[in-house]
Design a protein around this ligand. Structure first.
Ligand SMILES: Nc1ncnc2c1ncn2[C@@H]1O[C@H](COP(=O)(O)OP(=O)(O)OP(=O)(O)O)[C@@H](O)[C@H]1O
Ligand SMILES: [Cu+]
Length: 767
């Protein structure tokens, strides 16, 4: 999609790789930071150890560094090959490079037109030479380092215009009955003016034993000329060239959609110098911990934390939510978001290639690499489609004249028309263009989907499991009731609770800590957090615990009067923790959390999409029930330990596609086990962006029904595209065999179908 090829090759082997790509007629450029942020490539787990060394070899220039990465198997190089966007071309390159011993691994991204090669150190040049020998021009990064910025090489328009005029003139000669030699001259001129590059590419493909669209067109046009179909041959070549141009343009739109997210960040930032003065610097070179000043209305260049000033910021570029968010000292700000009316200063926490926005873009680009199942189907289909149609065409050309004495002229012509139909371009491009549009549309709304596969699976969602705290509720409970029993002094009870709770960052503990702000604290020894239960520690040589009933029952006895109070508070939707020593319950602390309005809406939207909802919470059953009623959830289960949540998900996945949303650590196993794991509030948290299947940038649950709807739309467009691509070809194949198809009709069918599927796929971007 981004036309990037990643090559793993040995150190200093870049140049041969480039040459090989060039030899294929491509123009390789080393990918730049935007496409593959160096910081991110290095943060991947596999690359961790290589990270230091990837920057070590002195012989590698900085430009190459961006596209090259040392791995365990060799060097990984991304090579951009502009002319590569058909699986036929992929096949050609694969065949050529697979035969080279230096090449360990190949990874094609046709949408980006990037080949990633893992090769032995020092073997880049032969690889590039091999690619070039196929008539491609492999590109590594250019000095400016920007892919998107490098414009396509502009071909002058006049030869095409001339060809068009000549072809039209030939057609006119034909109808007005002028001498045939005039027709022939004009037609040859037209083909010569616009068709040379097609012939050249076609010839290279043929020589390497491949049939790409160029080879097919070259044979068809040559055949038509040989048959004396002068005007038609000329028209076909002109139409084909025009159509290819249009197709390239519209595909570029899809490719650039992701890149356009990146243009959201300003190129420069105003940074503070050691002497306190302010200077404007290139955003890419701003070191960590610099202080950056932002004017009202300005876009923020880097991620950081506010150190001075107050403002409100529109974070829509990241969260898709355009309501301004209030920010003050200590609050995080993100690259690409737009400052409101206040000026402020922030301290940089992430370099340009490592900002949340850069990570999002990187993740979307990676996501295209993970092929969706529809794409695998299409690729397999295309692999057999072309040879089969070609074989049929040969049979059509030879058999009827030989066996039935039919006219050679008529049947060879039919065969030539079929060659034009044999190109699978439309079909092959239909899936990636749709998926990429869907992924980008989602990213714009603050939904980061980590693979085409999840976009495709989302529509099948049968169950969505949600945890309660922080997901359905605000996650910021406040204390509502305190009961200290008479057998302990009121002050002492509060002080013990505050001391224990102060050590925990669990929301329930934090609510208690906040409410008991004023009380003095004891030192706690041997503090323990007991997941799903509470906390325990030793104060003045006595063990105390603070947690739910489960924990209280484990440590001391719990009389019926206490249980009755507990039940009463819980049925009001409150969460109660008990303070106990090793004999008895000393006090009760009740906290209440509020349900997010957006959660209620999200749940009802999900039900409208036929997704059933299930709350899995560590909190007790009565509280769970009370909250479930408030939110309108189908089913609620309380007292769930992490392993219970995991088991619940396992049972559900057996019944159908199951998603799980969570935030806490106690959800991690269940999230991983679910078919689609959603992480909330991913903005600014690296782990959520990296580990979840789908990351919601803020904590608005309505993004999940939005995701399901997008998935449904994407799927229906995928199906439309596949049906359209195959259908159009089938119709023209039938017409041709019936003797009604002409060659220019076939060109329309081929390129028209490509244009249709691309336009249809791009519709998602507009949603
Ligand atoms: N550190 C803690 N301090 C106080 N209470 C705790 C602590 N850890 C757990 N608890 C108690 O145990 C219960 C279950 O905790 P757990 O963290 O599993 O779920 P939760 O955060 O309440 O809900 P959810 O699973 O919906 O996120 C809590 O409701 C609380 O009563
Ligand atoms: Cu094609």
């Amino acid at each position: 999609m981004q036309r990037v090829l990643t090559v793993t090759h040995s150190p200093q082997a870049l140049e041969p790789v480039l040459q090989a790509v060039r030899s294929l007629g491509f123009d390789p450029e080393l990918a730049d930071k935007v496409t593959r942020p160096a910081g991110i490539s290095c943060s991947g787990s596999k690359a961790e150890s290589a990270c230091g060394s990837c920057c070590a070899p002195a012989a590698v220039t900085s430009g190459e560094l961006q596209a090259q990465q040392l791995t365990a198997d060799g060097v990984r190089t991304s090579i951009r090959i502009r002319q590569m966007d058909c699986p036929v071309e992929e096949g050609m390159i694969r065949k050529k490079l697979d035969g080279m011993s230096a090449v360990k691994e190949l990874d094609f991204n046709l949408m980006q037109r990037v080949l990633t090669v893992v090769h032995a150190p020092g073997t880049l040049e032969p690889v590039l030479a091999a690619i070039r020998s196929l008539g491609f021009e492999p590109e590594l990064s250019d000095s400016s380092g920007r892919h998107a910025a490098t414009e396509e090489k502009k071909n002058p328009w006049w030869p095409l215009a001339l060809a068009g005029v000549a072809a039209a003139a030939a057609e006119a000669m034909h109808w007005t009955g002028m001498p045939e030699w005039l027709e022939a001259v004009l037609a040859l001129a037209a083909v010569g003016a616009c068709g040379l590059s097609t012939y050249k590419k076609g010839w290279i493909a043929l020589r390497n034993g491949n049939l790409n669209i160029n080879a097919l067109m070259s044979i068809a046009v040559t055949g038509a000329l040989a048959l004396g179909q002068w005007p038609e041959a000329a028209m076909v070549m002109v139409l084909f060239t025009i159509a290819e141009l249009i197709e390239a343009k519209s595909l570029d739109r899809a490719r650039n959609a992701i890149g356009s997210l990146m243009t959201l960040t300003p190129e420069t930032a105003t940074i503070q110098q050691p002497d306190g003065s302010w200077t404007v610097a290139d955003a890419r070179s701003v070191p960590l911990d610099s202080v950056v000043r932002v004017k009202p209305g300005e876009r923020i260049a880097l991620d950081g934390r506010v150190v001075r000033g107050r403002t409100s910021i529109n974070q829509a570029p990241i969260t898709g939510e355009s309501l301004p968010i209030e920010k003050g000292e200590g609050d995080p700000v993100f690259a690409g978001t737009v400052n409101g009316s206040g000026g402020f200063e922030y301290r940089v926490t992430a370099a340009a290639g490592n900002t949340t926005l850069a990570r999002i873009i990187h993740a979307v680009e990676e996501a295209q690499g993970a092929k969706a199942s529809s794409q695998r189907f299409v690729d397999r289909f295309a692999q057999v489609y072309t040879p089969v149609v070609f074989a049929i065409a040969v049979a059509v050309a030879i058999l009827p004249p030989l066996m039935a004495g039919e006219s050679w002229h008529e049947w060879v012509y039919k065969a030539l028309v079929m060659l034009v139909i044999a190109c699978p371009c439309a079909l092959v491009i239909s899936t990636p263009v749709t998926i990429v549009s869907g992924l980008t549309a989602a990213a714009r709304r603050g939904i980061l989907i980590k693979g085409g596969i999840y976009l495709e699976e989302g529509r099948k969602l049968k169950w969505l499991a949600l945890d309660k705290t922080g997901t359905l509720t605000h996650g910021k409970p406040v204390q509502t009731d305190v009961i200290i029993y008479t057998w302990v002094a009121e002050d002492e009870g509060r002080r013990l609770a505050a001391s224990l709770a102060g050590y925990s960052d669990h929301p329930v503990s934090q609510a208690v800590t906040a409410a008991l702000e004023g009380s003095q604290r004891y030192d706690v020894e041997r503090f323990e957090a007991l997941p799903g239960r509470g906390v325990r520690g030793v104060i003045n040589d006595r063990t105390y615990s603070l947690g739910n009933l489960r924990l209280a029952e484990e440590t001391s006895s719990c009389p019926e009067t206490v249980r009755a109070t507990l039940r009463e508070l819980e049925s009001a939707g409150k969460t109660v923790i008990l303070l106990c020593d090793s004999h008895q319950v000393l006090g009760l602390f009740a906290v209440a959390d509020t349900v997010k309005e957006s959660s209620r809406e999200a749940v009802s939207q999900l039900h409208g999409l036929d997704v059933r909802t299930l709350m899995l919470t560590g909190d007790n059953s009565s509280t769970a029930q009370a909250i479930a009623v408030q939110v309108g959830i189908d089913e609620a289960r309380g007292n769930q330990l992490p392993e219970d949540k995991l088991r619940a998900i396992e049972t559900l996945t057996a019944q159908g596609t199951t998603g799980m949303v969570g935030d806490g650590i106690n959800d991690a196993p269940a999230l991983a086990r679910a078919d689609i794991g959603f992480a909330m509030g991913a903005m600014g948290t690296d782990t959520a962006i990296e580990t979840a299947d789908v990351a919601l940038m803020d904590d608005d649950l309505r993004k999940i029904p939005a995701f399901v709807r997008l998935s449904k739309q994407t799927y229906s467009i995928l199906v439309q595209n596949i049906v359209m691509a195959i259908g159009i070809k089938a119709i023209f194949l039938a017409l041709t065999i019936a003797g009604m198809g002409t060659m220019w009709m076939a060109v329309f069918a081929d390129v028209g179908a490509s244009l249709l599927v691309v336009a249809n796929g791009l519709r998602l971007l507009r949603k």
